[in-house]
Design a protein around this ligand. Structure first.
Ligand code: SIN
Ligand code: MN
Length: 235
């Protein structure tokens, strides 16, 4: 099964500098039929691993975004800190597998030869947002951060590798794919706001963002039992 994708040369370079820095946006990467297909796979994953409300490690404040994961590892945040864990914090069960369509998308656009190990599922209600942050809980920054949006559009903000660098924003719509690789791998980014009513994909409204990441360096001492190291993709 191959998703309906645009080839790399169709990625919209946001500016010439972005191309050099490894930030790639694929507007409409998934057509509506593929979005529906991915949503069905996502609902199945969420039935096994329900959304939960993470908390900031130090303040204990709840995130406005609800989360879950699929894949061998899942990103969690609570009093124990930000980290990757092999099981769901509420159910105690392993996360469900990463849907095939997402693994194929990573292979197609990731420009990275090893499979993703974690897929963070973020759900944004109409008032949810995410502050500027870097994705840096992974051992391997050679692998990109790859994300797909489903549902309502959002205003996405991105800056540079230092918190004080200038930022700018653009809209991410349902079906768009975004790659933060190369020099953009450690760019600060966040979601300023959701634009309610901009998509009919989710009956309940809101936005899902699915973020695929490689967590461990390939060949490094296994953080996972061998049978769960490369679940789902040969590489
Ligand atoms: C994230 O950085 O975890 C999510 C970004 C997004 O929702 O687009
Ligand atoms: Mn992030």
């Amino acid at each position: 099964m191959k998703p309906d994708v645009r080839q790399d040369q169709d990625a919209r370079p946001l500016t010439r500098g972005d191309m050099a820095s490894g930030l790639r946006l694929y507007p409409g990467y998934l057509d509506r039929a593929r979005q529906v297909e991915l949503l069905a796979a996502l609902r199945e994953a969420l039935a096994a691993a329900p959304l939960f409300t993470p908390r900031m490690p130090t303040s204990g404040r709840p995130f406005t975004v609800r989360m879950s994961n699929c894949g061998p590892l899942g990103w969690v945040s609570d009093a124990g800190g930000y980290r990757y864990a092999p099981t769901h914090p509420k159910t105690g069960r392993p996360w469900p597998p990463i849907p095939a369509l997402l693994r194929a998308a990573w292979q197609e656009l990731g420009r990275y030869p090893h499979p993703p190990q974690a897929c963070l599922i973020n759900f944004y209600g109409p008032a949810a947002k995410m502050g500027l942050h870097q994705d840096r809980d992974e051992d391997d920054f050679d692998a990109p951060v790859f994300s797909l949006s489903l549902g309502d559009s959002c205003l996405f903000r991105i800056g540079g590798r230092s918190r004080g660098d200038p930022t700018r924003s653009f809209r991410l719509h349902s079906g768009d794919a975004l790659v933060l690789g190369g020099g953009a791998r450690l760019a600060f980014h966040g979601v300023d706001r959701i634009l309610p009513g901009t998509s009919t994909l989710l009956a309940e409204g809101g936005r899902f963002n699915l973020t695929l990441r490689r967590v461990t360096c390939p060949g490094a001492a296994a953080a996972l039992p061998p049978d769960r190291e490369n679940v789902g993709l040969s590489a």
